[in-house]
Design a protein around this ligand. Structure first.
Ligand SMILES: C[S@@+](CC[C@H](N)C(=O)[O-])C[C@H]1O[C@@H](n2cnc3c(N)ncnc32)[C@H](O)[C@@H]1O
Length: 267
């Protein structure tokens, strides 16, 4: 198993497949269930906003949208993609089967990712209404992308901060014609949210950390566990007992605009 420079298992290949079978097969083995733990928090934020446009940063195959729209669970999705039928079907057959899972479309979901195949699948399966293929770490969004991203009322992410930084999140909070979206990011504890919170503070946002830690997945090996525990200590973060017991953990940060676009313009 190859660990990346942060000490974390490198899973890049599972995000580059034409369908999500490798994603679910691989992550099931590590008990990945952060999107399941995130779901009630995201559902509450969505409900408080009526029928918002939700932008999922680093959405991959649209799992957060699928959990919400299909009213399902990670366990059910793991089983769904592991059946004999799922193994036999081609991509078009899988898409047709997934489209039949979608129960509600009142909330609009936009996904942003660097993986074109993952986005294409999520869009074709009906999990996402719009898919934006862009790397905002490197480039500003095109005018067309910017217009879609600016419609977001709520920006969410699960396990993407670290891959994306204050560059991407700052851009999303400061789009021409943007709505100053609220944000909810589940961030691995080995990555600091502080640079993102600082950038957002400069744009009129307040950030709070939600109490508690969220189990993202089990460590893939003893070596990964040791590397991550070392990375936490180096970052000045005392490992939580869940981490020493074998879980890679995340925290939830909520960033809210305290100023409207109009009042900020007057400052
Ligand atoms: C750890 S995965 C999390 C996927 C998904 N949110 C989930 O919970 O299963 C990180 C995702 O971030 C995407 N990603 C990496 N760099 C990115 C970037 N610069 N901009 C947008 N997405 C990026 C990857 O393609 C991948 O889909």
């Amino acid at each position: 198993m190859h660990l990346d420079s942060t000490g974390k298992l490198s899973l890049d290949h599972i995000y580059a497949e034409p369908d999500p079978r490798a994603y679910f097969r691989t992550l099931r083995a590590f008990d990945y269930h952060l999107p399941q733990l995130a779901k009630p928090y995201l559902a509450k934020l969505i409900d408080e906003r009526g029928t918002p446009t939700v932008l999922d940063v680093g959405c991959s195959y649209g799992v957060n949208a699928a959990l919400y729209r299909c009213d399902t669970t990670m366990d059910a999705l793991y089983a769904h993609y592991a059946t004999e039928e799922a193994t036999r079907l081609d991509r078009a057959g899988l898409i047709e089967r997934d489209r039949a899972l979608v129960r509600s479309r009142d909330v609009r979901f936009v996904g942003l990712d660097v993986s074109a195949p993952a986005l294409e699948y999520a869009h074709a399966a009906g999990f996402l209404d719009e898919a934006i293929h862009a790397d905002l770490e490197q480039d500003a969004p095109t005018e067309q992308q910017s217009a879609v991203l600016a419609e977001a009322d709520l920006v969410i992410s699960t396990g993407c901060i670290g891959y994306v930084t204050e560059r991407t999140i700052g851009r999303l909070a400061d789009l021409p014609g943007g709505r100053r979206p609220s944000m909810a990011h589940f961030v691995l504890r080995m990555f600091s949210y502080e640079p993102v919170a600082d950038a957002l503070a400069g744009l009129g946002y307040d950030t709070v950390a939600v109490a508690g830690v969220f189990r993202q997945r089990r460590f893939a090996s003893t070596e990964e566990r040791e590397r991550i525990l070392d990375a936490l200590r180096t970052a000045g973060v005392e490992p939580h007992e869940l981490e020493t017991e074998g879980w890679l953990c995340a925290e939830l940060f909520l960033s809210q605009p305290t100023e409207t676009v109009e009042t900020r313009g007057q400052a």
